[in-house]
Design a protein. Structure first.
Ligand SMILES: Cc1cc2nc3c(=O)[nH]c(=O)nc-3n(C[C@H](O)[C@H](O)[C@H](O)COP(=O)(O)OP(=O)(O)OC[C@H]3O[C@@H](n4cnc5c(N)ncnc54)[C@H](O)[C@@H]3O)c2cc1C
Lengths: 414, 1005
């Protein structure tokens, strides 16, 4: 792998950029691998990367039915934060956030991690209490967050309308070291690094079946032939139910479309990420200048990866209340991604009923931020059979009722 | 120099001049101009700067596809960035300013990027800016952000209003060119209800400029008569300045109407967003011309041939004195002829094809224009504007054969049908070799619920570039759409058009074909985002083989025009680099909207007061007038407390609590959910819904009930009253009413659809007033009308009756531990009853109290609050509410879940009371720490605060919390971590959660 640097660009500029290598190879599948990962999204690629980097396992194939990074990894709104409430969540998201801080240098690929800070607005008394509680929890979890006043919110986000009229801003939970990163670059950076370690990333290769022998995995069938393996990692987000079905087990997962949109680009006007959960919307400004906006998931199960309108309308309404100036911007593009939702809104990183098959899914609407940490934990789980970051997220928790509920959805105020 | 011609301009009303400003300079145009044509008429070709290299840019197009001429428009509350000058109609007083430059359009510092562009190829930022690490955040990123971004950010609140409108039609026809008019006519004649929308301000599309003959008339006359015919049809509705923005599942379409953008007078809604349900959609959206990729094709003065023609014919504007036309097809000859006819010079037509023998080339030759075949442009000369072209053989590497002086270039690389709306909902495309474009594949159309197609594409958009074919196709499409909507297709004949026969075009993706690296680095594909042929080739070389990868790596097609000009050209270059056929590479996905639509229009009327309209109880105005400090709760706003003049909020709360405990308090409890559950199976249904047994509740009695989710967690609580044998009234939390009602309906409709139960949410039908305190009974007795004595109306009973002349239902329930009656009355009598209670209660010092008082009163009694003591992870057993779980029932929602091992594990966090050792108030949300850290290095915790208050009754801080094995640890002192960053802890004693009147004597009097 030729290193990337300003010097390399200067060198190549002199020969019209004809000397750049492929970022990743495009090999034919081999007959068998030690490990096969299904799904070349961020989580699949990160799993492969840390298998190689942390455990020296490099006889690995990552199989992707379309183009790498083309699932939710390439569709999300790239918010990165780790101020989660429950201990297991805070642990894996904080690990992830800290890996993001040095990921560009680690991968020699600028993934543009931008620790610009994330504010979650408190707009009801109930939210105020919830975020104060989170701040308390985070302090004990080693996650740096702060509960801030409306005045401080306004300093950080000058374009915000603090006083409603419907839901005045009462405060906010601020994580200064949260932010965003360039989603495609995360997938590409990992892919390039995996390829450099000798792993095979095989695109346009759909897994169509999981072959087993007496309860143990032996390989997969694909649109590009049968491939054998000792261990299989299923990391396919919205399509997890299908893959589990191929392997002969069921998952407590529902797949729904989550909607997002961007505005046309404008000059910088908002330096931080703002999430407004009471009104249901969040917004940040990309380095290109687009306002990146997200909100709700469709209320029905679905596999079509396209935008629907009603949630866009709800989200934009909410954000115009919060940021009145966006009313005169224009929506450039909307899209949807299929997210995999569990009953407690927390992910699954787990062994499965099939020996040698591991699953990583359920990241739902918020797994971009988890990519490095999830890959790290999944690699450890696959290599050693256990991982302190992953163990709480096992499938067994649904049987035991040991939920890791981050939605705190049942909470209401009288 | 661009200028206004002495004659011509079919859309102009030359008699009416319009004054406007550009970058602060006062200019004038003519009624009918677009901002772009008016600027050209004023000699202003330079209209903007590109995104990455800040290259000077002129207008290239004349419509929605324009990538360069984007403007900041208006000012103050009417400021808007990134509006296309080509689609903005001119009006008196219009203020426009160019964007993305500093300090000025003419001199822009950012243009240095252009000089070092060889160091900034596609994706260069992924390869650098990595060291030193903090530099990305503090130096590189701010720099990149500042130089990107195009228009300015609006600052003020939007001064305009917007609205939504709704329409059901049989057939929606998008596009008011001759094909759209024909399709609408065929649909209308077949009896279908039709909505025809056109994005510009005029009908007919390109035909009047291109000059076809239809039904023996000139295009312009035919269009006028077609519009008259359509206007006369009662089942047809026509709208201009209305764009088909998006097509969604099941015939749902978004249509965007611009009402005042073209007017000086801005009264009324600015935009109207139509939500259309159509049985069938016909898209007759035409085609967009493609640029050609030759070196320096981005210089101001290089324009699409069709746009040049539009400016001359529609707006009487010359794009230059001498225009070289460069093409790979016959159509561009029309531009040469139009220029000639307007008295302008066309020094040459460069045709990349080896021969040009059709009627149009012959006409050009006959007009004295020099036609060079097999030729192309090696390079456009000039630095900030076109000064000439260097000519080369298309087949060669760019050796210059000749140079021609000119000040404009009209280019045509062929046409691409506009297939966006077809594709939004999954319509697929086929590659058409002859036309070198993608066209809709009717066998893979977007389909509705019944599996049949609901979108048809008509005319040029369907790949029929000749008017005659387009019209015939559109007539059939209109008939088919009407038929699909259940009508009998008209037997009337299609309009007949004649058009010149054109010779086949020849695909030209790079000019010249063998251009070397130096030229390829100057060939722009995506003007706005500065993506060049060399960038796409670099992406391919680096393995970004998927078209989506190339798009994302180079940013091709990601600008505000979403690649309307660049996508096909870019695809072809990618396919060439990969040695693959174009259809094998495929297109990127088309997403709504077709062109950007305002956020204001998306939100519609729902702003300010109308954003989530406030629900008001019948007492809302009283609260407002009496010092209420409001708290949003669900869709309501409830008084947190009532402040007297000069009183602090905490003091007001304490005053209300003390008065209630001592004598008499009044609470507006109207927001509490009230759901009527009725039917022969109502008892059985509630037995499943609640953990308690409800079917055994006696008529006239109340019971406190708990509701759990399927996962076993407590989700709501409230008092259930049995009204009759088959009717129950279920009270829910304020925030829970709608959710619980939906929850009931979900179970009834999906699982127990055969049970005979109906539910109705009566929340707003009643005002409900809690009359609380030792003197509560006295005040009711004073009002008179019913017996509320202990004997007649014992605790947990209810009765219908009358109070002070109002028909009421009185529930003897208490959430405060005091003697308490909740009085329900018809909503419209609520205020009267409230006033009478205040009057009669005056002698007892009747004190209205708010939600905070309510909270403290209940906490003093150890009553849980949904959302405080629960958070979606708590089961009733954790809260000491095991008594409310019936042991006699086989099942209830959540029962099975509660039997899981973790739920029955005795070592759970359980409800206790908490008292700080020093009497202070525990911090909200604090955690109790245990010993050491867990395997992930996090501090071990053993409990948390769920509610914490200052109790005026006990004159100290009290709290409730969940603590590991809490009920078994009474009296133990544990440490709660404070948040002051010093690691100090608050010493806290575990106590009984009932702080006040443990025996419950006060409520049972
Ligand atoms: C609109 C939207 C906004 C979001 N915003 C955020 C945010 O702001 N912050 C955040 O942290 N998270 C966000 N998320 C969530 C985040 O995108 C996902 O959790 C995360 O990207 C999941 O990554 P993944 O690698 O698991 O899945 P994916 O990226 O979807 O990868 C799964 C891959 O598996 C492949 N695959 C599927 N089936 C097969 C098969 N049979 N054979 C081979 N390959 C197969 C797919 O093609 C795909 O490439 C958002 C999601 C969406 C949709």
């Amino acid at each position: 792998m030729k290193r990337y640097s300003a010097f390399a660009i200067a060198r190549e500029a002199l020969r019209n950029h004809t000397g750049w290598d492929r970022a990743w190879a495009s090999p034919e599948p081999k007959k068998r691998y030690d490990v096969i990962i299904v799904g070349a999204g961020g989580h699949g690629l990160a799993t492969a990367y840390y298998l190689g980097k942390n455990f020296g396992i490099t006889n690995v194939a990552v199989l992707e039915k379309g183009w790498l990074g083309g699932g939710n990894t390439g569709r999300n709104t790239t918010i990165i934060r780790s101020n989660y409430l429950q201990d297991p969540s805070a642990a894996i998201y904080e690990k992830s956030r800290s890996l993001y801080e040095t990921l560009s240098q680690d991968l020699n690929y600028n993934i543009m991690f931008s620790p610009r800070g994330v504010i979650m607005l408190a707009q009801t008394e109930h939210e105020v209490r919830g975020y104060k509680r989170t701040a308390h929890a985070n302090a004990l979890q080693g996650v740096k967050t702060e509960y801030i006043t409306p005045k401080r919110v306004k300093e950080l986000v000058p374009i915000i309308a603090l006083d409603g009229p419907r839901y005045p801003v009462l405060g906010g939970l601020w994580q200064a070291r949260g932010g965003t990163a360039r989603h495609d670059a995360v997938a590409w950076g990992y892919a390039r690094a995996c390829s450099a370690m000798g792993m095979d990333i095989i695109q346009r290769c759909e897994v169509t079946g999981v072959t087993r022998d007496g309860g143990k995995v032996t390989g997969v069938t694909t649109t590009r032939g049968d491939i054998g393996c000792d261990k299989l990692g299923i990391v396919v987000a919205g399509h997890s139910g299908h893959l589990a079905d191929m392997a002969g087990f069921r998952l407590p997962i529902e797949s729904v479309a989550l909607q997002a949109l961007v505005s046309e680009p404008i000059k910088p006007c908002m330096d931080v990420v703002v999430m407004a959960n009471t009104v249901h919307g969040y917004m940040s400004q990309s380095d290109k200048g687009e306002m990146v906006i997200g909100g709700g998931a469709d209320g029905y199960n679905n596999y079509t990866q396209r935008g629907s309108f009603h949630h866009i309308e709800e989200t934009v309404r909410a954000l115009i209340e919060t940021f009145p100036m966006i009313s005169r911007l224009k929506m450039l593009r909307q899209w949807g991604g299929i997210v995999d939702m569990t009953g407690d809104r927390s992910p699954i990183l787990s062994k499965t009923p099939v020996d040698g098959v591991f699953i990583n899914c359920g990241w739902g609407t918020g797994g971009f931020k988890a990519i490095p940490g999830s890959g790290w934990a999944m690699a450890e789980l696959m290599a050693k059979g256990t991982s302190p970051l992953a163990d709480a997220f096992s499938l067994g928790r649904f049987r035991e009722g040991r939920f890791i509920d981050e939605s705190v959805a049942a909470g209401v105020a009288h | 120099m661009t200028t206004r011609l002495a004659t011509g301009g079919r859309l102009l009303d030359r008699g009416r001049s319009v004054s406007f400003t550009f970058n602060g300079k006062r200019l004038s145009g003519v009624e009918g101009d677009t901002l772009a044509s008016a600027l050209l008429a004023n000699g202003q070709m330079l209209m903007g700067r590109s995104f990455k290299y800040h290259r000077p840019r002129g207008v290239v197009a004349s419509g929605a596809e324009e990538p360069n001429a984007l403007m900041n428009l208006g000012s103050g509350g009417r400021f808007e960035p990134n509006q296309r000058a080509t689609t903005q109609e001119l009006f008196d007083g219009l203020e426009a300013a160019s964007q993305n430059h500093w300090p000025s359009l003419e001199f822009d510092i950012g243009a240095v990027n252009s000089h070092v562009s060889r160091f900034l190829p596609a994706g260069f930022y992924y390869k650098t800016f990595m060291a030193p690490r903090p530099a990305w955040k503090h130096v590189f990123e701010p720099f990149i952000r500042q130089s990107a971004g195009l228009g300015r950010a609006p600052k003020e609140r939007d001064a305009d209003v917007y609205e939504h409108a709704y329409l059901h039609v049989d057939v929606l026809v998008v596009g008011g060119g001759v094909a759209g008019l024909t399709a609408a006519r065929a649909g209308g004649l077949s009896g279908a209800s039709v909505l025809l929308v056109e994005q510009t301000g005029h009908w007919g599309g390109r035909a009047p400029v291109d000059g076809a003959e239809i039904d023996g008339q000139g295009a312009e006359d035919w269009i006028a008569s077609a519009v008259t015919e359509l206007e006369a049809m009662p089942n047809v509705r026509l709208q201009t300045r209305t764009m088909g923005a998006g097509v969604y599942d099941h015939g749902y379409a978004l249509v965007y109407e611009r009402l005042t953008d073209h007017l000086s007078d801005k009264t009324g809604p600015r935009h109207r967003l139509w939500k259309i349900r159509a049985r069938h959609i016909v898209t007759a959206t035409g085609a967009i011309e493609r640029p050609l990729s030759f070196a320096a094709n981005d210089l101001p003065g290089v324009m699409l041939a069709s746009a040049v023609r539009d400016y001359v014919v529609n707006y009487g504007v010359s794009p230059g004195d001498r225009t070289v036309v460069v093409t790979n097809n016959d159509d561009a000859y029309r531009t040469a002829l139009a220029l000639k006819e307007a008295g302008l010079e066309v020094p040459a037509i460069l045709d990349a094809r080896l021969e040009a023998t059709g009627a149009l080339p012959e006409a050009a030759r006959a007009a004295g224009i020099r036609v060079l075949t097999g030729r192309g442009i090696a390079k456009v000369k000039g630095r900030r504007a076109v000064e000439g072209v260097a000519i080369c053989a298309q087949a060669g590497e760019g050796a210059v054969l000749e140079e021609i002086k000119c000040d404009a270039v009209a280019m045509s690389g062929g046409w691409s049908p506009v297939v966006h709306l077809w594709s939004h909902c999954g319509g697929k495309l086929n590659w058409d070799d002859a036309g070198a474009f993608f066209r809709p594949d009717p066998s893979r159309a977007p389909t509705g619920a019944d599996g049949t197609a609901f979108v048809t594409v008509a005319g040029t958009a369907n790949g029929h570039l000749l008017t005659a074919e387009a019209i015939a196709d559109a007539h059939e499409a209109g008939k088919a759409a009407a038929k699909a909507a259940g009508h009998t297709a008209t037997r009337k004949a299609a309009p007949k058009a004649t058009s010149e026969v054109e010779a086949p075009m020849a695909p030209v993706w790079m000019m010249p074909q063998g251009a070397g690296a130096a030229l390829r680095q100057k060939m722009w594909l995506d003007y706005q985002n500065d993506v060049k042929v060399s960038d796409v080739q670099l992406a391919a070389r680096e393995g970004f083989e998927s078209v989506e990868h190339t798009k994302r790596y180079t940013t091709l097609g990601m600008a505000t025009d979403q690649g309307k000009l660049s996508n096909i050209n870019g695809l072809a270059i990618l396919a060439g680099s990969l040695n693959a056929a174009i259809p094998q590479v495929g297109t990127t996905t088309f997403r709504p909207p077709y062109t950007p639509i305002s956020m204001g229009a998306i939100a519609g009327e729902a702003r300010g007061e109308l954003f989530q309209p406030l629900r008001r109880t019948p007492l809302h105005d009283w609260h407002e007038a009496n010092g209420a400090v409001w708290e949003p709760v669900g869709a309501w706003r409830r008084p947190y407390t009532y402040r007297k003049p000069g009183e602090a909020t905490e003091d007001a709360v304490a005053r209300e609590i003390t008065a209630t405990r001592a004598s008499l308090g009044l609470l507006d409890a109207s927001t509490l959910g009230k759901i009527l559950v009725k039917g022969p199976d109502a008892g059985r249904f509630l037995d499943m819904l609640y953990t308690n047994m409800m079917s055994s509740l006696a008529i006239g009695k109340c019971r406190y009930g708990l509701m759990c989710s399927e996962n076993g967690f407590l989700m709501d609580d409230g008092v259930v009253a049995r009204l009759s044998d088959d009717a129950f009234l279920c009270h829910t939390t304020t925030g829970g009413a709608d959710r619980i009602h939906a929850h009931m309906e979900e179970w009834l409709q999906t699982e127990w659809w055969d049970w005979k139960v109906y539910t109705a949410n009566l929340t707003e039908q009643y005002a409900q007033i809690a009359v609380v305190g030792p003197n509560a009974r006295k005040v009711l007795d004073k009002l008179g009308g019913m017996d509320v004595s202990k004997e007649t109306l014992p605790f947990m009973a209810w009765a219908d009756g009358a109070l002070a002349g109002h028909a009421v239902r009185v529930f003897r329930i208490s959430f405060s531990g005091e003697l308490s009656f909740e009085v329900a009355v018809k909503a419209n009598e609520g205020r009267a009853l409230w006033d009478k209670l205040l009057d009669a209660g005056a002698e007892f010092g009747a004190t209205p109290y708010g939600t905070e008082g309510l909270h403290v009163l209940r906490a003093e009694k150890g009553f849980i609050m949904i959302g405080d003591e629960t958070d979606g992870t708590v089961i009733p057993q954790d809260l000491g509410l095991g008594w409310a779980i019936s042991k006699k029932k086989d099942d209830y929602i959540g029962k099975r879940a509660q039997e899981r091992s973790h739920m029955t594990d005795p070592a759970r966090w359980k409800l206790v009371g908490l008292e700080t050792v020093d009497g202070t108030v525990l911090p909200d949300g604090a955690y109790a720490v245990g010993d050491g850290v867990n395997e992930n290095g996090q501090r071990v915790t053993q409990g948390r605060v769920t509610s914490t208050y200052y109790s005026p009754t006990l004159a100290r801080g009290i709290a409730m919390g969940l603590v590991l094995d809490g009920p078994d640890r009474m009296g133990e002192v544990i440490d709660f971590a404070s948040l002051d960053g010093t690691g100090t802890v608050v010493k806290t004693k575990i106590v009984d959660p009932v702080f006040f009147d443990k025996a419950g004597e006060k409520q049972n009097v």
